[in-house]
Structure formats: C-alpha cells, structure tokens
Design a protein around this ligand. Sequence first.
Ligand code: NAD
Length: 290
Amino acid sequence: MTAHVIDGKTIASNLRHQLALDVDAFIRDTGFQPGLATILVGADPASEVYVANKRKAAASVGIVDVHRRLPHDGTEAVVASTIDELAADPAVSGILLQLPLPSGLDASALIDRIPVSKDVDGLTTLSAGLLARGEPGLRPCTPQGVIALLDAAQVSLEGAEAVVVGRSQLVGTPLARLLTERNATVTIAHSRTGDLDSVTRRADVVVAAAGVAGLLTAHGVKPGAVVIDVGIHRTPTGLVGDVVFDDVATVASAITPVPGGVGPMTIAMLLRNTLSAAARVTARPLNAAP
Ligand code: NAD
C-alpha cells in the first residue's frame, strides 16, 4: 500500500482563504476589525520565526497585528503588566504569549493572566477546564489543526480506535479530548507506555506527538491506518517528524508529511480562534442583561 499524502499546506491555505472572507464579512457586519496581540520575550531564534509567521498570517487575513517585544531579562512583573494592558484593550481580540519563556519566568502563572475570552492559544487553566467539561471555549491550536486535517481528509472518527502518542497540555491531552468529543475510542500513550508498537498497532488513527524523531515505524502501524505526525525536529537535511515517513507510507492508508502537514494548520487555527474570540466579544452586549 502507498499512503495518500494529506496535504496540510493546501488544506491550511484553503482555510486561510475562507477565513479572509469570514473576517471581511465580520468587519462589514460589526464595524469591528479583530486584533491579535503577540508577546515575544527574549530572542529565541525559533520563537522569532514562529511569531513573525503568526503576525504575517494574521495581517494576511485582515486581522490587526499588535505586537509587544520584551527583553530577555524582562521581569515577570513586566510581562504580567503587558498582558494586563492587552487584556484591557478592546481592540485586542486575542493574546498569544509565545513559549517557551526565558528561564526564571513562571509560564503557567503568566498564561493564566490571559483572560479566557482572549485565550486564542487555549492554554489557560480555564480553557483547559472548559474543554475537559465539554463546554464551549477556545481550544488549543495544534490539536484543532489535527482534527481539521482529519476532517478535510474525510477520515471517519465515529467509533474509530485512535491512539495519541504524547500527553502534553499543548498537544496530546487536549487532542485526546477532542477525539473523544468526536466519538473515537481514545488511548493515550506516553513515555512510560510499555511496547508502544503493540499499542499503536491497534489504532485506526495514530497521532504521533512525542517529540522523538523516528519513533513510529511501519512495525507500529496497522495496515490501512491513518497516521498524523505532529513532531517537528530540525536536522542538517531539513525538518523531520516523529514518524519514519517512507516506511510508514508503505502500510498506512493516509499520512501527513513533515513539513507541510500539521504545522501550517496550527497557524490557521490560531486565526480562526482570533475571529471566534472577536465574535464572542461583539455578541456580548446583545446577550447582556438590561
Ligand atoms: P512535550 O515534550 O511537552 O511532550 C511530549 C510527550 O510525549 C510527553 O507526554 C511524553 O510522555 C511523550 N513521550 C516522550 N517520549 C516518548 C516515547 N519514547 N514514547 C512515547 N511517548 C513519549 O512535547 P509537545 O509540546 O507535546 O510537542 C511534541 C512534538 O510536537 C514536538 O516535536 C514539537 O516540536 C511538536 N509540535 C508541533 C507543533 C506543530 O504545529 N506542528 C505544535 C506543537 C508541538
């Protein structure tokens, strides 16, 4: 079998095109232009690239780009007051604090300063609680991107066996919850899982999000399974994922490449969250008690 390659770049580009139309319609309807605020603390080279891409993507769909750059030795109080300033600014629909933060800053406490209504990364304790309870809220971008990729590839999740490799708060844990909401039967594998291959081999859908290059081979994949690779690793010859692509493509029915799979979807979901956050705020006066 040679797997169908799920083209995340094209799917994300189509989504962004639709989002540009949606933002345009939203501005016409409400007179309000959504704004995305990014905060970058320090000058980590990978974070610089990620933030630049997010800002460019926001502007490209008509979202106002608001940016705050803080020095590497910026104190927790300075980062906190920047978040508070953006939280109070009605022109800012969503706030993204780029991670990782320089050592010495308490990332969890700072993330939790972001109001849940502007939490476009979906990483605050409140957003995680809403997701855990199945209540409406802004969901983390990469897990949403995985679901959107599966939908675009018309993979049926209802009753499917899904295995998520990785249990981080950023990817694995929220993704398992989103897959459960879609009525998949979900197993979470992690660093202490014994015989990982035998666990992943049960799955109709495998999502590799362990951050270990070359972790998933054909030996761990049931013939005909769908394989989504979230991992990103820089190597001298370019980016690779957690999945040995050429090997797994011989047994899977569909597979995402790295690059060009999940990565582009993450930014598309961030933009969608920003529009959703703006829509909730502008709707609020309509719902407000007299
Ligand atoms: P993390 O380090 O926070 O979590 C990794 C998880 O994998 C842990 O829960 C751990 O238990 C599990 N794990 C580690 N080694 C394992 C092993 N040998 N077998 C089974 N499970 C194992 O990482 P993260 O933030 O969740 O990111 C995971 C990967 O996804 C990284 O490569 C990261 O760069 C990538 N990522 C990509 C995107 C994207 O947009 N494509 C977004 C976020 C993260």
